[in-house]
Ligand binder design. Structure first.
Ligand code: HT7
Ligand code: ZN
Length: 878
């Protein structure tokens, strides 16, 4: 396979200043005419013009009006171009209806849509399809008027009108130079929700959300989220909307969540459409975050873009950071902000930590790749966002905002690198720790792996001195990193202790940020009058694995009293994790002790804590995170222990769960507010545990109530929560409830996706989930052609249901290998995400490890694998 290396970057021999594109849209054969103003890059030696092109048929190439010869070799078109500026005209065709990879121009639901990031533009026409080539685009679309009444591209509409033969045209112009990956076209039968707004700067804008006719009533939340995002970015960072028109379009066939094409964002309908009847609170929240994310890209990604794809985190890490800040501000109360942070960290630990320890581990700024689509990863996105968060922790909010301002002053309209971003942050904050230790800080971009931090405290009761020793361990050959550890000390009654450094005369409040920059460091506090409990890494101030060696008593102290809500939650997780891992390591059945159960009861009954926080604190750690704590992983042992924990929590706290369910019902109409969502989350958790306990003891009341809810809940959060309770408990009513739900929502693809997902994610019992998944593969509603549907069943089962997937008889692995191969023939990007289910096979215990290796080898032996899947499978076997 051809490996691309970061250090090989070279600027191109030619630039492209303008693109004048005409598309005659036809599903079987679309004709593309591209007129390019090509400029010689005098900084590079003269050579041929080598354009990218994939799955295209070239018709004609002309330079300055004269036909010229060209050579097509694989995915490159070579033209012997002159050593000067010139006009290049290329005509080619492509076939949208055969494009099941969903990259480039494709058809979906009878319309045309594009996806050009990362390298899809080359599947529309021949081009220098790389992000540092930025051009001004004018686009003319021609298509049948009845079938495709809406014709959209980036920027402003210049002209539209009718043509002969029942066709019409539209001409669009985008004044902002952009890389080809931000190009977009839509031609379809759609309707729009429209809203005119006037922003702070006094400019008027038209916002439009285009969807299929029947979906208009599900666009209000997306529109509200867009408006909130525009207002927030202007208020928080002074970044205005720079376009007169901002469009969002929904499409059902899409490889990711959404795409930030300039002025024409294209969204997976799953990330766009919401109504109380069809979307859960989690969906509402996700839609708000994704709408914001794509909008924020307009500055962080579009106005300033990436020089090359190794810099992907420059835009993705920064934009995830921005959408997280937005979501926290939207959530409102300090407790709701903490819940947001808890959810971010839960996801980071369940997905990014395993990634960073597995076969696909790579730095936030990777050094090499075979297929760039494989690097849209949790590391680039989520760890990248954590790294951007470190700047803000080191510089403070104001310092961070100053850095961002300088970044835009320097680089607006450019394609730049992560180094440029770091430099702007440092230069805007001279005298800061960041500026003086920039090279050390930048190891966050270059070193893979999750740093392991160990913390041990030593208290001297006589001298009232407390010493905290911190050490860090990174991967083999890796150097120490700059790790900010936000912390405080608690007294035995949970009181916050003043922090006074040795050698200083007074305390500096009760919270500080320690900077761990060497392999080992000691921090000395004086005037500590009682033996403290350290509260470390508050708010998860750095993406590390922390071993603080705290006792149960200390964790209980933190759980009850820490002023930092994140660390209260963390204590709840550690109490559970220690118990589950203790049982797994000892090979013994899990028995939860009274101290733990009492602590959980106290959380549940706590008069001041918010419901959303309680639901997070009472949830057990994810199986994937538990597995990361072990050298050798037996997924069945983890599954058995987690199931036992849930059952005991359900049974021991039964009366408390009954109280919790009744006390957290939400009255009045549905609102997706953080407060109401928190109440529903806790009520759903209570219902699920009540159904579990009742099913085990054969009592009919709670399963009956859940079944009734599936039938007549007035919102999807409660309906789906009740269905999930029945399915997870393997309750006798589960099948009837599933059938009822399916019949009720048979017409709504996004809800049917949930129906598949729920069954794929159900906790395994006696192989029933596996058998069900095999049956669902044959269900008339199942198809590999729609990525949402394929993901709902296969990715949910293989990548996120370890207790059902890892079978001693290797059945899960055989299913995985077959389905990866089938999917790969249709959609390599989707297949390679599924292929990632085996990233951590090497740490599995036998017989899983041996069987996983055989499945990987069998897949690797296939001659027809895409580059996408081959890279994943090869790395797994290395
Ligand atoms: N920047 C977008 C990435 C994306 C993408 C990448 C590869 C293949 C298909 C894709 N669709 C969207 C999404 C984002 O981060 O906002
Ligand atoms: Zn993004």
């Amino acid at each position: 396979a051809h490996v691309i290396h970061r250090h090989d970057y070279q600027a191109p021999t030619y630039w492209i200043a303008t693109v004048d594109l005409t598309l005659d849209l036809d599903p079987a054969k679309t004709l593309v005419t591209s007129k390019l103003a090509v400029k010689r890059n005098a900084n590079q030696p003269h050579g041929p013009l080598v354009l990218h092109g994939e799955e295209l048929t070239p018709l004609r190439v002309m330079i300055d009006g004269e036909p010229v010869s060209f050579r097509q070799d694989g995915n490159e078109l070579t033209i012997d171009a002159p050593d000067r500026d010139f006009e290049l005209v290329i005509r080619n065709t492509c076939c949208p209806e055969k494009n099941t990879a969903l990259s480039g121009l494709y058809t979906s639901g009878g319309g045309f849509f594009t996806q050009c990031e990362a390298e899809g533009f080359r599947r529309i026409t021949y081009f220098l399809d790389r992000p540092d080539v930025m051009a001004v685009y004018t686009v003319t679309l021609r298509a049948d008027k009845t079938k495709y009444p809406v014709l959209l591209s980036n920027g402003n509409l210049l002209e539209q009108g009718d043509l002969d033969g029942g066709k019409h045209f539209a001409k669009w112009h985008d004044p902002f130079p952009k890389p080809s990956y931000l190009f977009a076209v839509v031609a379809a039968d759609l309707v729009a929700r429209e809203q005119r707004i006037r922003t702070r700067s006094g400019k008027d804008h038209l916002l439009q959300v285009f969807v299929r006719r029947g979906d208009l009533d599900k666009t209000e939340h997306a529109m509200n989220s867009l408006i909130a995002s525009i207002v927030w970015d202007e208020a928080r960072f002074g970044l205005p909307l720079d376009l007169e028109r901002f469009m969002i379009v929904g499409v059902s066939d899409f490889n990711m969540g959404a795409m930030e094409n300039k002025g024409l964002n294209i969204f997976n309908t799953s990330a766009l459409l919401a109504s109380p009847a069809t979307a859960t609170d989690a969906d509402f929240q996700r839609i708000e975050a994704i709408v914001a994310h794509e909008y924020f890209h307009n500055w962080t990604g579009n106005r300033v873009t990436c020089r090359d794809w190794f810099q992907l985190s420059l835009k993705e890490g920064l934009t995830v950071f921005r959408d997280r800040e937005f979501s926290m501000d939207m959530a409102g109360s300090p407790s709701a902000r903490a819940v947001q942070r808890i959810q971010q960290v839960r996801a980071l630990r369940a997905v990014q930590f395993p990634e960073d320890a597995g076969s696909m581990a790579h730095p936030v700024r990777p050094d090499s790749y075979v297929e760039i689509n494989n690097f849209y990863t949790a590391t680039v996105y989520e760890k990248g966002a954590e790294v951007v968060g470190l700047y803000q922790t080191l510089l403070g909010r104001e310092g961070f905002a100053k850095g961002l301002k300088l970044y835009f002053e320097r680089h607006d309209g450019q394609a730049v690198t992560c180094d440029d971003f770091a430099q702007a942050m440092a230069d805007a904050n001279p005298g800061s720790q960041l500026a003086s230790q920039l090279d050390l800080f930048k190891r966050w971009y270059s070193q893979p792996g999750t740093p392991r931090v160990t913390a041990r405290g030593q208290y001297d009761a006589e001298s009232h001195r407390y010493t905290l020793r911190l050490s860090q361990h990174n991967g083999k050959g890796e150097l120490p990193q700059l790790i900010p550890v936000r912390m405080g000390l608690l007294g035995p009654e949970g009181q916050a202790l003043p922090l006074q450094w040795e050698g200083e005369l007074a305390s500096h409040g009760s919270e500080t940020v320690l900077l761990l920059e060497q392999t080992e460091q000691a921090f000395h506090f004086v005037n500590v009058l009682v033996e403290p409990t350290p509260s470390l890494l508050r708010g998860f101030s750095a993406p590390v694995l922390l071993d603080d060696g705290l006792s149960d008593a200390q964790l209980l102290n933190l759980l009850q009293h820490d002023s930092d809500a994140f660390n209260r939650w963390e204590a709840s997780q550690r109490l559970a994790l220690n118990r589950i891992l203790g049982a797994v390591r000892a090979g013994q059945p899990l028995v939860l002790d009274a101290a733990y159960l009492d602590a959980m009861r106290a959380v549940l009954r706590h008069p001041q804590l918010d419901a959303a926080f309680k639901a997070e604190a009472l949830r057990l750690p994810e199986a994937a995170y538990l597995a990361e704590q072990l050298q050798v992983v037996d997924p069945q042992a983890i599954h058995t222990a987690v199931e036992a924990a849930w059952t005991q929590i359900a049974q021991a706290l039964r009366a408390d769960w009954e109280w919790a369910f009744e006390a957290h019902q939400v009255s009045g109409g549905y609102r997706p507010s953080a407060e109401d969502a928190g109440r529903r989350a806790l009520a759903n958790l209570a219902l699920s545990l009540l159904v579990r306990a009742s099913t085990l003891s054969g009592e009919p009341v709670w399963p009956g109530k859940a079944y009734q809810r599936v039938k007549d809940a007035d919102n999807m959060t409660e309906r789906f929560g009740a269905l999930a309770a029945l399915v997870s408990a393997h309750a006798p009513l589960a099948d009837a409830a599933l059938a009822h739900f399916h019949a009720q929502f048979a017409h709504d693809a996004l809800v049917i996706d949930k129906w598949f997902m729920l069954q794929a994610r159900a906790p395994e019992r006696d192989g029933k989930v596996f058998e069900r998944v095999k049956k669902l593969l044959q269900h008339p509603d199942f198809t590999l052609k729609n990525p949402n549907r394929a993901r709902s069943l296969l990715v949910q089962f293989c990548n996120f249901n370890p207790g059902a997937f890892h079978r001693a008889d290797a059945g899960g692995y055989v299913l995985w290998a077959d389905q990866v191969a089938h999917l790969d023939a249709i959609n390599p990007q989707a297949a390679s995400r599924l292929a990632r289910a085996m990233d951590r096979w090497a740490t599995l215990a036998e017989p899983f490890r041996g069987a996983a290796k055989v499945a990987l080898q069998r897949l690797a032996e296939r001659s027809t694998l895409s580059n996408d899947v081959r890279e994943i499978v090869t790395k797994a076997l290395e």
